[in-house]
Ligand binder design. Structure first.
Ligand code: TXA
Ligand code: MG
Length: 339
């Protein structure tokens, strides 16, 4: 059993607080501890990627299955190259176009990367995150950081320090508060160990943008190969406690009719709308979130956390546009709705 903690939450809003938090995080990471750090996508649960015991501890804390590999975070292309056995030209081009940013590149692993990080597999996912705090910690430590999202396995990723604290506050010594995650959903995971490159998990850097650089792209999610290669693409994942449905409606009467057809009685219904806003008379809560794709991504996980917090039984999310830029959000909500 891991010892019980009451996580210290350190702010980063002033230069002095930022520096204090960098030093504290680096000190704990050097000592082989696991700490929660902000990234631009979602909060990460970080450990020294070169320390197998520290990485094993991440699996324990999250209740993560041992077959699910962890992304290694770096603060330069040079650091990324040290984690991999090959750095093909396409990796260099993608890194120039999108790093630092929400794109993970899967490549043959360097032998120095412990097996626990790659779940025993031949490849490693590397990402240079675009958040000044984790970048400063990486520079201070000098080693790469293995970091999955800072939530219990299969639950919604955290986009604030408070989300992390609620779920993991008793299991880790430190949570660094770097503000709301600016992107709001997890990185795109692109497998460069196969040809053509295969998109294992869609992200806010969408397929048309990746295609400009790669020329070709196999779509990974949905088929059996993709599922095996990226366990995070299991059908049910990123799930709130409540049942979640994705519906469109013309007006409130149509929405009410759909709810009636579900035959649920006296349950707490939370509606998350972006375009057609119901009045809310029969719902326990109605949230309006932005209908531009970046704003929606930034807000959606906090809304789902809020639904869990409020004890919602049913979450009705207004259906999304069916264009390429919304695909990653459609993917996450489909998984949240599964099961
Ligand atoms: O934005 C993100 O990617 C966040 C932040 C913290 O960087 N991290 C994150 O990690 O979402 P995690 O562990 O929650 O999701 C990582 C996904 C999983 O679906 C995992 O299976 C896949 O990436 N993955 C990691 N390494 C892989 C590899 N070598 N081959 C295939 N898939 C890999
Ligand atoms: Mg995750």
């Amino acid at each position: 059993m891991s010892p019980a903690f009451s996580a210290e939450v350190l702010p980063t809003r002033t230069p002095r607080a930022f520096q204090t938090a960098v030093r504290r995080a680096a000190e704990l990471l050097r000592a082989g501890e696991v700490v929660a750090l902000p990234t631009e996508t979602v909060y990460g649960l970080a450990a020294n990627a070169m320390n197998a015991a520290a990485v094993e501890h991440i699996f324990e804390i999250k209740g993560r299955p041992a077959h699910n590999p962890i992304i290694v975070h770096v603060a330069s292309v040079e650091m990324a190259r040290q984690c991999v056995a090959r750095w093909p030209a396409i990796a260099g081009k993608l890194a120039r176009a999108f790093w630092p940013g929400p794109l993970t590149l899967v490549l043959p692993r360097a032998k120095e990367i412990p097996e626990v990080v790659t779940a025993g597999g031949p490849t490693v996912g590397v990402r240079w995150p675009n958040h000044p705090f984790i970048q400063a910690v990486l520079c201070e430590c000098g080693f790469p950081l293995a970091a999955p999202s800072a939530n219990l396995s299969n639950q919604i990723s955290p986009t604030t320090a408070a989300h992390v604290r609620k779920h993991l506050g008793g299991k880790i010594p430190l949570i660094v508060d770097g503000g709301r995650s600016q992107v709001g959903i997890e990185s795109a995971v692109l497998d460069l160990s196969v040809s053509p490159p295969r998109l294992l998990r869609p992200g806010m850097i969408h397929e048309p943008a990746l295609l400009v650089i790669t020329g070709e792209l196999a779509s990974g999610s949905g088929d059996s190969q993709g599922l095996l290669k990226s366990p995070g693409q299991l059908r049910k994942h990123y799930a709130p406690k409540a049942k979640l449905v994705l519906w469109s409606w013309h007006d409130e009467a149509a929405l009410n009719a759909q709810i009636s057809r579900l035959k649920v009685r006296s349950c707490k219904i939370h509606v998350i709308a972006h375009t057609r806003i119901p009045s809310g008379s029969r719902f326990s809560a109605v949230s309006v979130i932005p209908h531009d794709v970046a704003g929606f991504a930034r807000a959606i996980y906090a809304e789902l956390h809020q639904c869990d917090e409020a004890g919602a039984d049913l979450i009705v999310v207004e259906a999304l546009p069916e264009t390429a830029e919304w695909r990653a959000l459609a993917d996450r909500l489909r998984r949240a709705a599964a099961g």
